[in-house]
Design a protein around this ligand. Structure first.
Ligand SMILES: Nc1ncnc2c1ncn2[C@@H]1O[C@H](COP(=O)(O)OP(=O)(O)OP(=O)(O)O)[C@@H](O)[C@H]1O
Ligand SMILES: [Mg+2]
Length: 435
């Protein structure tokens, strides 16, 4: 049986060739690289060698060169079977060095055997009179070989660069997704926190409200029982005042907890705000300019007008406080604007994602001190305040928040320390009552 030496550094390639060639009547010998093949062939020359090109220790090109320089081996046909070196120049170099055939991996078994049979029959008889020999001198071969290696190296570095770019893109993409997920997680936990604070505040406020009614009832009854000249009378008046203040606070808390729905009706925000500007100017004082920019044809929203008053009073008070935080005579500007948003796709707001639809945006911005991240993250919580004791209750924004949610609205806040603040409140357009 004729013997073939198969040279490849990949075990699976050796396995496939072994099975194929054995099936076609060849006795198969194997080698893992050029050096291994040369040693085996010199000891026990085969009738045919089939070799890979890219291999460790000694590659296929070096093996052809040494093969063709060896008097005992140079008449044995040399077939190149390669997956890496596949350019026409690679083939030319192999053929110039004396290879008898150049086959690109992977070849169909039938086509592969056909090419082998063009070189040598499986009974060992040669097809051609003589085996091919090197056509150029060693110096030229070395130069070409060197060029082939450089080419391969360049291709590899281009591939590596592309892989790197793809990898960088992947990493970037993953970072964006992670940030997005982190944001959604924060929004969800914020929403859950607000819901549970709301429930708690609601139940506490409810109980307090009942108790305060009792205190007020007794205070009123006691007041009718004592003379105004009685020193107890003044104390009772103070008790009643404190109870009334407490009652106001619990009403705000109930509002936050959405337990006191307002009287909703279709209203045009521009009309309501028009009526309020004089009062708001009074509220913020002469040093602060109030700009009012009503949007055109904004349509109607379904709201209690008293809620609009409450929202604007609270936001303008906050804006005024922010402008005057560091100096009592500081000047600045508060801008109120309305805007109809024909289509809002999905808008990421401070509180969850806004559902698509038509909205009216009411915005209030100020040129005040702005807020840091920490303040922003607690902004709407009841009793959260950065103002000194007696100056703020921390219920202003909690109340606004309750109103917004009660009216199926959303709120977005943008603020940076030293760069002012902008509140954007979105309320769904009341489609049936365009005005
Ligand atoms: N426009 C703004 N600029 C800067 N900080 C603001 C602004 N609005 C609110 N804040 C911050 O948010 C906190 C909470 O505001 P919120 O209106 O709920 O309570 P408050 O104003 O402190 O008290 P009050 O119950 O009297 O309104 C404020 O103490 C302040 O730190
Ligand atoms: Mg406030």
């Amino acid at each position: 049986m004729p013997r073939v030496l198969v040279v490849d550094d990949h075990a699976e390639n050796l396995y496939v060739l072994h099975a194929l060639l054995t099936g076609h009547g060849w006795d198969v010998d194997e080698a893992q690289n050029g050096a291994d093949a040369l040693a085996k062939a010199q000891q026990f020359p085969p009738q045919l060698v089939i070799s890979d090109l890219l291999m460790p220790v000694m590659d296929g090109y070096s093996l052809i060169r040494k093969w063709k320089a060896d008097d005992r081996l140079k008449h044995i046909p040399f077939v190149v079977y390669t997956a890496t070196y596949t350019d026409p120049q690679d083939e030319k170099l192999a053929m110039d060095m004396g290879a008898d055939a150049f086959i690109v991996k992977p070849a169909e078994p039938e086509a592969f055997m056909h090419r082998i049979n063009e070189v040598i029959h499986s009974d060992g008889t040669m097809l051609h009179a003589a085996v091919r020999q090197p056509v150029s001198d060693e110096k030229v071969q070395f130069k070409q070989y060197n060029e082939a290696l450089v080419r391969k190296l360049e291709q590899k570095s281009v591939q590596l660069e592309q892989a790197n770019i793809a990898l960088a893109r992947d990493i970037e993409q993953r970072k964006i997704l992670e940030a997005e997920r982190e944001k959604l997680r924060a929004q969800l936990s914020q929403a859950q926190k607000m819901e549970s604070i709301g429930r708690l505040a609601g139940s506490i406020a409810h109980d307090f409200n009942n108790l305060i009614s009792v205190i007020l009832g007794y205070a009123d009854a006691a007041l009718t029982a004592v003379q105004e000249t009685d020193p107890v009378h003044a104390d009772l008046v103070e008790i009643r005042k404190a109870a009334q203040r407490s009652s106001a606070i619990t009403h705000q808390l109930l509002m936050f907890a959405r337990m006191r729905p307002g009287a909703r009706q279709p209203i045009n925000l521009n009309d309501v705000i028009d009526d309020m500007t004089a009062m708001l100017r009074q509220l913020i004082g002469r040093n602060i300019e109030l700009a009012w920019s009503p949007g055109r044809d904004i349509g109607a929203v379904l709201m209690d007008p008293a809620h609009v008053t409450q929202i604007l009073t609270n936001l303008c008070t906050n804006g005024r406080d922010a402008i005057m935080r560091d100096a009592a005579h500081a000047t600045g500007k508060i801008t109120i604007a309305t805007n109809k948003m024909e289509t809002v796709d999905v808008l990421r707001t401070w509180y969850g994602d806004m559902t698509p639809g038509k909205y009216i945006c009411l915005s209030v911005s100020d040129t005040g001190c702005g807020m840091n991240q920490d303040t922003l993250s607690h902004l709407f919580e009841p009793f959260f305040t950065t103002k000194s004791i007696g100056k703020g209750t921390g219920l202003g924004l909690a109340t606004i928040y309750g109103i917004i949610r009660q009216n199926s609205g959303f709120v977005n806040v943008s603020s940076e320390p030293g760069k002012g603040t902008k509140f954007e409140l979105y309320f769904p357009l009341h489609e049936n009552n365009r005005q």
